[in-house]
Write a protein that binds this ligand. Structure first.
Ligand SMILES: [Fe+2]
Length: 361
C-alpha cells in the first residue's frame, strides 16, 4: 500500500520544509506560547488523513519548532485513512471511544480499543488506522509528534510517508504489544509501555526534588525518543523553575493558574492558563508553573526527549544552577516569584502551602 505523493519542499526562502508542509496541509494552525482550551479548538477537514484537525505549534513564534501537536476529530462511526510515518507520535484521547489497528506491511493486523484518558503511541513507521467506535459521538484526541525535525532533516515527502523500512527492533507484530503491559523503572519514576487505558490509574512517585508535595510519573512509549510525564502539585504550592531545550508541550488536565517564563537576565513573563490549555517554554527559558485553583494541579507534558534513549543529559535538568545544572532551588529564586503567588492566592481565597525560605544572596 502506498500513500499518495503530493508535496515537494523547496529550498528555504523564509520557510522551512516543515513550514511549507504545514501550508500544504491547509489546516488551521495556532502558533503561540499558550493556547486556550484545546477541547474547543475549531477543526477543519483533513485532506491527507481524513477526519478534521487543527495544528498546535507551541513555543516562541519566531523559533522553528522541533515538535508539532494537533487535535483531531473523528466523526461518529468514521475512521481516518491508514497511515505510516517516519516520526514518532504520542496520542492522548480527549473525548469519545474508538480503536486503532496496527500492522506491518504483509503482517497480521492487531486492534486495541481506547477511550477518554487513554494514552498510547504507534511504533515508528508501522501502519495504523484510527476508528471512532461510536455511532453517536465524536472522538477528539491530541497527537504530539517530532515531525518538524524529521521533515526538516530529510525534506522529502516519500521518505517520511512512503518509507518501507520496518523498525523490527521496536515492533515485530507481538500479539500482546498493546495489552497495557509495561515495565516500571521506579528509580526513574518511569512507566515504560505502549498503551495506557486510563491515565488516572497510573502509580505516581515522590517528586519533591521538584517542589513540596509534588508527585509524578514519567511515560515512555514504544522505544521512542519522545516521552511524556504527568505531574501533580498540591493546592497552594508550586514547583521549582528549570529550563531545557524547546519542544516540551504542557497540557493542563486539572487546575488553573499561570506560568512564569524567562530567558536568564530578562524580566519574568507571565502566561495565564486554565483546564485543557497548552503551552510550551521556549528554548532554554526558565519556566515555573503556579496553581491558583482550590484543587491540586495535574499537568501532562509531552517532551521531545526521554530517559530510555537519551538525546541529552536528562539528569542535569534537575541539578541546581549553582552546581552547573538547570534547576533554580527555592533559596535561589527571585523573591518576586513567591510574592506574586501569595498575592494571587489571596485573591482566590486559597491558603499558601509552601515551607518558609531563607534566600541565599
Ligand atoms: Fe520543563
Amino acid at each position: 500500500m502506498q500513500q499518495e505523493r503530493a508535496f515537494e519542499p523547496k529550498p528555504y526562502e523564509g520557510k522551512t520544509s516543515f513550514d511549507q508542509f504545514l501550508d500544504w496541509e491547509e489546516l488551521p494552525v495556532t502558533k503561540n506560547f499558550v493556547v486556550g482550551d484545546i477541547r474547543k479548538l475549531e477543526v477543519a477537514p483533513w485532506r491527507r488523513r481524513g477526519g478534521l484537525a487543527h495544528y498546535i505549534i507551541l513555543g516562541h513564534p519566531k523559533e522553528p519548532p522541533n515538535s508539532a501537536a494537533y487535535v483531531c476529530e473523528i466523526p461518529p462511526g468514521q475512521s481516518l485513512k491508514p497511515q505510516k510515518q517516519m516520526f514518532e507520535e504520542m496520542i492522548y484521547v480527549l473525548k469519545g471511544r474508538g480503536a486503532t489497528t496496527v500492522w506491518l506491511e504483509g503482517g497480521k493486523k492487531q486492534t486495541f480499543e481506547w477511550q477518554e484518558r487513554s494514552m498510547f503511541s504507534v511504533p515508528l513507521n508501522a501502519w495504523h488506522q484510527h476508528f471512532n467506535g461510536q455511532g453517536g459521538e465524536t472522538v477528539r484526541y491530541i497527537g504530539y509528534t517530532n515531525m518538524p525535525m524529521v521533515f526538516n532533516i530529510y525534506h522529502n515527502y516519500d521518505f517520511v510517508f512512503n518509507n518501507s523500512y520496518q523498525f523490527l527492533d521496536r515492533y515485530h507484530g507481538e500479539e500482546d504489544y498493546f495489552s497495557g503491559k509495561g515495565v516500571a523503572v521506579d528509580a526513574r519514576r518511569v512507566w515504560d509501555t505502549s498503551f495506557i487505558a486510563d491515565i488516572e490509574k497510573l502509580n505516581f512517585h515522590d517528586w519533591t526534588r521538584k517542589g513540596p508535595g509534588a508527585t509524578n510519573v514519567e511515560l515512555e512509549f514504544c522505544d521512542n525518543i519522545i516521552s511524556a510525564h504527568i505531574t501533580r502539585s498540591p493546592v497552594g504550592a508550586y514547583k521549582k523553575a528549570h529550563r531545557h531545550g524547546l519542544g516540551a508541550d504542557i497540557l493542563v488536565i486539572e487546575g488553573k493558574g499561570y506560568s512564569l517564563m524567562w530567558l536568564e537576565g530578562t524580566p519574568l513573563e507571565r502566561y495565564d492558563w486554565g483546564e485543557f490549555s497548552m503551552f510550551s517554554p521556549p528554548h532554554m527559558w526558565f519556566h515555573q508553573h503556579f496553581n491558583t485553583a482550590k484543587e491540586p494541579l495535574k499537568m501532562l507534558a509531552f517532551k521531545p526527549f526521554g530517559q530510555k534513549y537519551q538525546v541529552m543529559d536528562y539528569d542535569r535538568l534537575f541539578e541546581s544552577t549553582k552546581g552547573g545544572g538547570h534547576l533554580i532551588e527555592l533559596e535561589d529564586e527571585d523573591p518576586k516569584v513567591r510574592q506574586m503567588f501569595q498575592e494571587e492566592l489571596v485573591k482566590e481565597g486559597v491558603p499558601f502551602n509552601m515551607p518558609p525560605v531563607k534566600y541565599r544572596r
